[in-house]
Write a protein that binds this ligand. Structure first.
Ligand SMILES: Nc1ncnc2c1ncn2[C@@H]1O[C@H](COP(=O)(O)OP(=O)(O)OP(=O)(O)O)[C@@H](O)[C@H]1O
Length: 248
């Protein structure tokens, strides 16, 4: 689903690499925590998956697309297949919860009856049924993050990237948010969560990729398979359409 092959990325030629020779393989349907200290490269790794940044060397493949040679006109289709959640929710403050989520589908040109059906289903999934008419400032931090997650998943992306999704939340609320991400993962979405919150990571039995100064220093799959098994899979196992409406 996502493959980094010897990826090095420098923001400018003189500086140390933000990512340094990173090789990583993430299968469809996996849940992966990306951990590491501030500045270790977690955000850069995620930004490369949505083609916000390109490698200085090496190759990034997402759902069979080589992002190094992806034409600009195909970037929107790539991004339609990837939901993104940030630490700072980024909600539209003058719109209700419902309108925040519906807006994504309106921009994608979805039909009104489809929006009317999909938005309540998504609010239900994230545990916000009954809050559709609230404004963002009337919600707790955890609820606001749930809106942000609803917005990211309402287009039914194959991949969900969450960059420090619990960074502004207390420990108990954080656990609820990661449980929600786990529930979304169980619907078939590949989920990556960047975090420096070791407490959270320890509570969930998931694969953990650790970055240090841009290098992968640990890649542990807990309870099941190991890296050796995954890397033995044929290349086709990593590919597939991110967006069924794909490359139009
Ligand atoms: N726009 C930028 N221009 C130049 N250097 C950058 C830029 N963004 C990040 N960097 C550098 O790249 C390295 C990796 O940063 P990155 O933001 O990916 O780390 P991070 O692990 O996500 O950190 P944090 O947890 O603080 O968000 C750091 O050395 C950082 O200073």
């Amino acid at each position: 689903m996502i493959r980094f092959d010897a990826v090095t990325m420098r923001y400018d030629k003189q500086s140390e690499p933000a990512l340094d020779d990173v090789t990583l393989d993430i299968e469809r349907g996996e849940f992966v925590f990306v951990v590491g200290a501030s500045g270790s490269g977690k955000s850069t790794l995620m930004r490369m998956m949505i083609h916000e940044k390109v490698p200085s060397s090496g190759q990034v493949l997402v759902a069979g697309r080589d992002l190094g040679v992806l034409p600009d006109r195909k970037v929107p289709a790539l991004r339609r297949g990837i939901g993104v959640v940030f630490q700072d929710f980024r909600l539209l403050e003058n719109k209700t919860v419902y309108q925040n989520v519906a807006f994504v589908l309106q921009v994608l040109g979805r039909r009104r009856h489809q929006i009317k059906q999909t938005v309540p289903e998504t609010l239900d999934l994230v545990g916000l049924d009954g809050k559709a008419g609230r404004m963002p400032h009337e919600l707790s931090g955890g609820e606001q993050q749930r809106v942000a997650i609803a917005r990211a998943v309402v287009k039914k992306p194959a991949i969900l990237l969450a960059d420090e999704p619990t960074g502004n939340l207390d420990p108990e609320t954080s656990v609820g948010i990661v449980k929600l991400l786990e529930r979304i993962n169980k619907t078939g979405t590949t989920v990556l969560v960047a975090t420096h919150d070791h407490g959270i990571v320890d509570q969930f039995q998931k694969r953990v990729v650790e970055l240090e100064s841009g290098r992968v220093v640990r890649d542990e799959a807990i309870g099941g398979y190991g890296t050796d098994v995954r890397s033995a899979l044929p290349p086709e196992a990593h590919e597939g359409a991110v967006d069924p409406e794909g490359d139009r």
